[in-house]
Design a protein around this ligand. Structure first.
Ligand code: ADP
Ligand code: ADP
Length: 216
């Protein structure tokens, strides 16, 4: 049966960083809703045109649009063994839709690592984040700078600061998270799927906690 892991946590806590590591180790597709939206914006697709203003403002894209995009992504062949979902679901309606679509794929949400850190940590991380243009590889100006300034170590493309990683928009995104996504913590706790991980420590220590707790 396919394995599906949902990463839950506020903006900037380190979901994308841990999702990449989990995806490589567990040989599961990494599905980042934010990366998919940014790819569509970059390629000026119809979807990209619809979602751009939401990302710019730090607001959530409407559920129907987001759910359709994820359903399409999950039905591709590289997701046959399952996937690491990073940034989806973010609302109760999305969580419900996910459960329904995973039934079609003969699976269900297996575990939900919930990564947390204090708000000042989130702001420092998100506002120092640099993202690679070609593939969304993640860096931090202080905690994980690329070897050569401005250039992605992995694919040599340019790294840039996301428009929505300005301190003001980060605060807005945290607010949106508290209002719209926090209910999912309770939802997955009640379902016995929540795996709480302190995201405050360095990347490799967070990874270690995450893997140790997932084994149990
Ligand atoms: P999210 O996907 O939750 O928004 P990211 O994985 O993109 O978070 O991480 C946000 C920023 O913080 C990035 O610049 C990343 O390099 C950095 N980062 C991630 N995890 C840690 C950590 N444990 N310690 C320090 N910096 C981190
Ligand atoms: P972060 O990991 O730092 O929180 P993301 O890259 O996941 O940022 O998301 C960036 C933006 O993409 C969000 O502010 C929102 O506009 C949009 N987005 C991403 N995932 C979703 C989702 N599941 N539902 C609605 N909007 C989303």
């Amino acid at each position: 049966m396919a394995t599906y892991i949902v990463l839950l946590g506020p903006p900037g806590v380190g979901k994308g960083t841990q999702a990449r590591i989990l995806s490589e180790t567990k040989k599961l597709a990494h599905i980042s809703s934010g990366d998919l939206f940014r790819e569509n914006i970059k390629n000026q697709t119809e979807l990209g045109k619809v979602v751009k203003s939401y990302l710019d403002k730090g607001e959530l894209v409407p559920d129907d649009v987001t759910i359709a995009m994820i359903r399409d992504r999950l039905s591709r062949p590289d997701c046959e063994a399952g996937a690491i979902l990073d940034g989806f679901p973010r609302t109760p309606a999305q969580a419900e839709a996910l459960e329904a679509m995973l039934k079609d794929f003969k699976g269900s949400v297996d575990a939900v690592p919930y990564i947390t850190a204090a708000e000042n940590v989130l702001i420092e991380r998100a506002s120092g984040r640099w993202t690679c243009k070609a593939n969304g590889h993640i860096y931090h100006e202080k905690f994980n700078p690329p070897k050569q300034a401005g250039i992605c170590d992995i694919d040599g493309s340019e790294v840039y600061q996301r428009e929505d990683d300005k301190a003001e928009t980060v605060s807005k995104r945290i607010h949106v998270y508290l209002e719209q996504t926090m209910p999912l913590v309770d939802h997955y706790r009640k379902a016995g799927k929540l795996v709480e991980v302190d995201g405050t420590l360095a990347v490799d220590q967070v990874t270690k906690t995450l893997f140790d707790k997932l084994k149990k």
